[in-house]
Design a protein around this ligand. Structure first.
Ligand code: CAA
Length: 284
């Protein structure tokens, strides 16, 4: 059985920071890669602040926080992954960008290294085919915020070997998370169900059925969701929501997955939710 001792995270965004956080806290050595040094530093600050929240609520000790932070190495060069057991790709949710990142990554890895992708919607088989190791490639899909959410979806591509799957399953258990196994269909399970709900909430707003506040209140108090769907859309990122709806629409060829024109318009305006300070809510 392959044991994962060191993990690389490619992409220092929202998901990259959460993945680095939970891996370091589980005692793994973490290399966090991004092209931009300032993004890496900002990401490490996010990890540090989130670890502090966990110290404050007594989920971890100050000592664990310090040790976790010391295990994260910032990398602006992919050569830093030359001895890494598993690299998880967590770049922007766009197939072209992901393929490019994977093709740059492969030549830097040792032959036996595994690659995981944190894609939330794109075909694992197709992404695997753009690497030199489809048998050691797997979907490892974390939920946001990663340090809090219990679930990880594991998705095999057509060529993923059993050994890769078992190593990934052990890795997820080591992080203290629960696996749900999904077949390789567009957006897998969580997003196949969650994103059409969010898209429908945006249609509900678009058609004037309710206001932002009333739609979110309806779902928080009427369906016991921790966040309203529009607040959640802002939290995920409206660009990511749109990408996932497009993958569902293209991949399943059913008009029920048509992205709401209002979602398209917001993304075109650069209103991407919390990360740009403006989405369905104004965070400025
Ligand atoms: N890191 C560490 N801890 C965090 C954290 C983070 N990033 N975010 C929140 N927390 C902790 C807080 O410190 C707090 O801890 P204590 O209870 O121990 O004090 C706890 O989580 C709850 O946080 P808050 O009190 O700040 O706020 P809340 O009660 O409103 O919970 C939430 C926040 C956990 C995000 C909750 O609103 C929630 O579960 N929302 C829904 C999230 C969701 O649906 N995620 C899935 C998105 S879909 C996805 O990820 C898939 C995809 O591909 C798009």
């Amino acid at each position: 059985m392959v044991e994962i001792r060191s993990v690389g995270v490619m992409g220092a965004g929202q998901m990259g920071s959460g993945i680095a956080h939970v891996c370091a806290l589980a005692g793994l050595d973490v290399g966090l890669y991004d092209v931009a040094r300032d993004r890496l530093e900002a990401c490490l600050n996010v990890v540090s602040a989130n670890l502090s929240r966990q110290v404050a609520s007594k989920k971890i000790t100050e000592e664990q926080r310090r040790e976790a932070l010391s295990r994260i190495k910032l990398l602006t060069d992919l050569e830093g992954f030359s001895d890494t057991d598993l690299v998880i790709e967590a770049v922007t949710e766009n197939e072209t960008i992901k393929r490019k990142a994977l093709s740059q990554l492969c030549p830097e890895l040792k032959p036996e290294a595994m690659i995981g992708t944190n894609t939330s919607s794109v075909s694992i088989t197709r992404l695997a085919a753009s690497t030199d190791r489809p048998e050691r490639f797997i979907g490892i899909h974390f939920m946001n915020p990663v340090p809090v959410m219990q679930l990880v979806e594991l998705v095999r591509g057509i060529a993923t070997e059993d050994e890769t799957f078992e190593a990934a399953r052990n890795f997820v258990s080591k992080l203290g998370k629960t696996v749900a196994v999904s077949e390789d269909f567009p957006a897998f399970m969580v997003n196949r169900i969650l994103l059409p709900m969010i898209n429908e909430a945006i249609y509900t707003l678009y058609e004037g059925v309710g206001t932002v506040d009333s739609i979110d209140t309806a779902m928080r108090l009427g369906a016991n969701h921790p966040m309203g769907p529009l607040q959640l859309a802002d939290f995920i990122g409206l660009d990511t929501c749109l990408s996932i709806m497009q993958v569902l629409h293209d991949g399943l060829a059913d008009s029920k997955y048509r992205p709401c024109p209002l979602l398209v318009k917001y993304v075109e305006a650069g209103w991407l939710g919390r990360k740009t300070q403006r989405g369905f809510y104004d965070y400025r």
